[in-house]
Design a protein around this ligand. Structure first.
Ligand SMILES: Cc1cc2nc3c(=O)[nH]c(=O)nc-3n(C[C@H](O)[C@H](O)[C@H](O)COP(=O)(O)O)c2cc1C
Length: 330
């Protein structure tokens, strides 16, 4: 057991959050993480309409009595989603935690706050974390350069970003990007975080409702196997290397400053259902973190979380404390 400002804020047992993941963060995964004492999160935009999200929230509530959240991602998408409708589904569904990501969530905060929803904003820089704090977010998830998905354009790894965030922020934050095990948790906490957020690691669990090919592709990958796409569009995404990603990178190199989204759209748009549901792992570019290099098994969410918490305790009590004791006794 570990008590931190994040476990207190969200009313959860362990300071471990499952970040929103497109076509992965459905009720099965969110409920499994929450049942294991962490915070599971349903990915709002994977549900195509607010009423589909309302049904998914109800389905999740049938599977767990513990708190869970919903992710709302404000990224440049081809057509703008009905955010007010999604927020209504969240509030009416009694969900009390929202993870926002991408653009500044300020426009949507009043509606969430009025309903007593706690907001954790995911950001990739100290500057954006401070902005989130100033507009009234309750916590932030600090996503380092290692992370799957959108690491931003600053390229600051967590070894620097986390202590920088700790120096500047008053609200609590969790470390996100590259987190996989007890070592990640203890290191993150040592650097000032109040917990961890994991994406890729939670994708490779028994309960993640995705095709086994996806889990196996991540297990087969090493830390050398991710690539950054869409950098020239300033919408950088860390993805697993595959032939489609190589095609995107070739087009990016060939078009240079003239690159338009339409040049690469065929390898980027509509990819997730094919990859996650049908197991076509080479269908296009999909998010994956460098942490793939640390992932070698497919545990249940409870095995994963219990293992992290037990090993964290051993790490602190034995490895760390013994070093102090040994030093003090000469
Ligand atoms: C397959 C996949 C899909 C993702 N989709 C989203 C998303 O829709 N919205 C979002 O905010 N983050 C998304 N993420 C990012 C995660 O929530 C989390 O920030 C990231 O995975 C942390 O890095 P890690 O994978 O090293 O743990 C996605 C990550 C993965 C692996």
């Amino acid at each position: 057991m570990m008590k931190t400002r994040i476990t207190e804020l969200f009313g959860i047992q362990h300071p471990i959050i499952q970040g929103g993941m497109h076509y992965v963060g459905l009720a099965e995964l969110a409920a499994a993480v929450s049942n294991a004492g962490g915070l599971g999160i349903i990915t709002g935009l994977t549900l195509k309409t607010p009423s589909a999200l309302a049904e998914e929230i109800a389905r999740c509530r049938d599977m767990t009595d513990n708190p869970f959240g919903v992710n709302l991602t404000f990224l440049p998408t081809v057509t703008s989603p009905d955010y007010p409708g999604y927020i209504e589904a969240i509030v009416n569904g009694g969900v009390k935690i929202v993870e926002t990501a991408g653009r500044n969530p300020q426009a949507y905060l009043p509606a969430l706050k009025e309903a007593g929803v706690k907001v954790i904003h995911k950001c990739t820089s100290v500057r954006h974390a401070l902005k989130a704090e100033s507009i009234g977010c309750d916590a932030v998830s600090v996503d380092g350069f290692e992370c799957a998905g959108h690491p931003g354009e600053d390229d600051i790894p967590n070894m620097i970003l986390l202590p920088r965030a700790a120096d500047e922020l008053k609200i609590p934050f969790v470390a996100s990007g590259g987190m996989a095990d007890a070592r990640s948790l203890v290191a993150a906490i040592a650097m000032g975080a109040e917990g961890i957020n994991m994406g890729t690691r939670f994708l490779v669990t028994v309960e993640a409702p995705v095709h086994i090919n996806v889990k196996n592709a991540i297990i087969a990958a090493s830390e050398l196997d991710t690539r950054l796409v869409m950098r020239p569009l300033r919408n950088t995404e860390r993805v697993l290397k595959n032939p489609a990603v190589e095609r995107v990178l070739k087009k990016e190199a060939a078009r240079g400053a003239d690159l338009a989204f339409s040049d690469i759209a065929e390898d980027v748009v509509g990819v997730y259902p094919r990859v996650m549901q049908d197991g076509e792992v080479d269908a296009g570019a999909w998010s994956c973190g460098m942490v793939a290099g640390l992932i070698t098994d497919i545990p249940t969410c409870a095995e994963l979380i219990d293992g992290i918490m037990a090993e964290a305790e051993t790490l602190i009590k034995e490895r760390l404390l013994n070093m102090l004791v040994a030093a003090n006794t000469g």
